[in-house]
Design a protein around this ligand. Structure first.
Ligand code: IMP
Length: 198
């Protein structure tokens, strides 16, 4: 069994990554499962790519072996691309998912149904010691609802309806979300790199 460290302390993301890696016979563990939990890496970048690489390399300096980091977020057209790279801290440094959701709904209360287009973006940076950093990117296009619905997933899932669906991501099962999510698309693109290099 091969091992990889996922540079995240987000339980929702960790669950999704574990499921993705299983078919490759790779055991993925998040930072929360390490004996010594590394310090947070400051996300000082202004792009998803910059932040993903910062996290992958920052963690790789503290532990041995390959590291996969993801930087993701929600890009809303009606809010000029916000919250974007600031998705986790949209309503403040230690904001909860609920506070972030309420801020989005409030800022969008004047925006009409057909102008509520948005997309989740995921950029993955895979750092393999001695080989370098490899990137992939995935999108999930959809619309922002007027009210939250559903209890599955995490983050902005309760207010995001993917194109082709009537349910929010929080109303879909984990399997269904993993089939269409930005992270799964980025992982799919990473597949060939994984098979070749890892
Ligand atoms: P990161 O840890 O800097 O990548 O922060 C990403 C933030 O974007 C998360 O805290 C969520 O608020 C949001 N986000 C990313 N992916 C998802 C998703 O799959 N569903 C809902 N929210 C997401």
């Amino acid at each position: 069994m091969k091992h990889i460290t996922i540079a995240t302390k987000n339980k929702g993301k960790a669950i999704e990554f574990k499921a993705f890696f299983k078919p490759f016979q790779v055991e993925a563990h998040s930072l929360l499962e390490l004996a010594q939990i590394p310090e947070d890496i400051e996300e000082t970048g202004t792009t998803f790519e910059e932040n993903a690489e910062l996290k992958a390399k920052g963690i790789a300096e503290q532990i041995a072996g390959p590291v996969l980091a993801d930087d993701s977020g929600l890009v809303i057209d009606g809010l000029d691309g916000r919250p974007g790279v600031y998705s986790a801290r949209f309503a403040g440094e230690r904001a909860t998912d609920e506070e972030n959701i309420q801020k989005v709904l409030q800022e969008m209360n004047e925006i009409k149904e057909d102008e509520r287009t948005a997309r989740f973006v995921s950029v993955l940076a895979l750092y393999i010691p001695g080989k370098g950093t490899f990137f992939s990117k995935g999108y999930c296009e959809g619309k922002i609802t007027f009210q939250k619905r559903g209890i599955n997933g995490f983050g902005y899932d309760p207010i995001f309806v993917p194109n082709g669906y009537t349910e929010t991501l929080a109303e879909l099962s984990a399997t269904e979300k993993n089939r269409i999510s930005h992270r799964s698309k980025a992982m799919k693109e990473m597949e060939s790199i994984l098979q070749e290099l890892f």
